[in-house]
Write a new protein. Structure first.
Length: 348
């Protein structure tokens, strides 16, 4: 069959608008699949002589087969091709130029002209559809050439792989010509992906060039600009030193933190020592934050000043505070009486 709509040279099909049988790549491929399925089940397409199968009832003559259709292939834009098993007699007829053409008996939709099936085909010298290849030309082709589907060229496979890496789907069964390649590569999303890939390749090449240059410089006995490149030994030494400092810092005990805070003039009551130690053991950072937030009291910085002998009692009946103690109470924002009571409880 031809690869597109066709008609008989005598004007058929007369009853179809446009007087053509309709077929395209989609319907042709479906027809090929249908014929192959039928052949696989044992119902191979009959090829006779001069359509005698259709005329046998009228003329009473035999209708011997010339060939049987075993495999079919629809080639886009070209038409339907078949692998035939010829009878010995048919091969001789073709070899001797006694029959030159094939002619299909088409089954079609009479309202639309759409080809839906093939009834049979024939070897003939007067085909209804002109312009088809001669039987001898098709028969003399190597069998593999008649039946083997078109394979993608190696270049197509390479391009398909490249497109796949870019996330582009292509049909590898079709040749990728220059026009098709240009159409793919000029799409906006493809151009973006190609540019990104190009940048990555150029970046990698630049890095390799720099590494090669440094290697060559070192091997030649040259010096490396230490303002741009840190020696590995120096880097490792710094990392080791930082790790040691971190370990020393983390090894500071809770008692040391509290003792240092008291030396720095931070007021820490004896009543809260247990709480502060528990806090430090569970969260050293929280302890340091709490202590650092407290005001520094000059009177507590270093050793206490010489104590002034307190009076026996003040007028309120509470033991009198020293001047330093009153200063501490004032800076803590508590009354002298409350602070005196706190000191009294601590001494008890």
């Amino acid at each position: 069959l031809p690869g597109s709509d066709f008609a008989a040279y005598d004007g058929r099909p007369f009853e179809v608008p446009g007087n053509k049988w309709l077929i395209n790549d989609e319907t042709g491929a479906a027809l090929s699949t249908q014929l192959n399925a039928r052949a696989a089940s044992g119902q191979r397409l009959l090829f006779d002589y001069d359509h005698q199968t259709l005329l046998a009832k009228e003329n009473g003559q035999k209708a011997p087969a010339s060939a049987w259709g075993e495999k079919f292939e629809w080639r886009p834009g070209q038409g339907l091709f078949a692998q035939l098993k010829f009878t010995p007699a048919a091969r001789e007829h073709i070899k001797n130029d006694e029959y030159k053409f094939y002619s299909p008996v088409v089954m079609y939709n009479k309202a639309t002209g759409q080809v839906v099936d093939l009834h049979s085909a024939a070897l003939t010298n007067d085909p209804a559809v002109k312009g088809m290849a001669e039987a001898a030309a098709l028969t003399n082709q190597p069998q593999s050439k008649q039946t083997k589907p078109t394979e993608p060229k190696p270049m197509n496979e390479a391009l398909a792989l490249l497109f796949g890496l870019l996330g582009i789907d292509v049909d590898t069964s079709q040749d990728i010509d220059a026009a098709a390649l240009h159409a793919q590569l000029t799409k906006p999303d493809v151009k973006t992906k190609v540019a990104a890939l190009k940048a990555q390749i150029e970046g990698a090449a630049e890095s390799e060039t720099k590494i090669a240059a440094l290697t060559a410089q070192v091997e030649a006995g040259g010096t490396v600009d230490i303002s741009k490149h840190v020696p590995v030994a120096t880097y490792n030494a710094v990392v080791t030193e930082l790790a040691a400092l971190k370990a020393d810092h983390e090894s500071i005990t809770v008692d040391q933190v509290i003792d240092q805070a008291q030396k720095d003039g931070k007021f820490i009551s004896q009543a809260e020592l247990s709480y502060l130690k528990d806090l430090g053991n569970s969260n050293m950072a929280a302890l340091k934050t709490l202590i650092d937030s407290r005001p520094t009291i000059a009177a507590l910085n270093g050793k206490q000043t010489t104590a002034v002998k307190p009076d026996a009692e003040d007028k309120t009946g509470v033991a009198a505070l020293t001047a330093d103690q009153k200063s501490i109470a004032d800076q803590l924002g508590i009354s002298h009486e409350d602070y005196a009571e706190t000191l009294k409880q601590e001494k008890a």
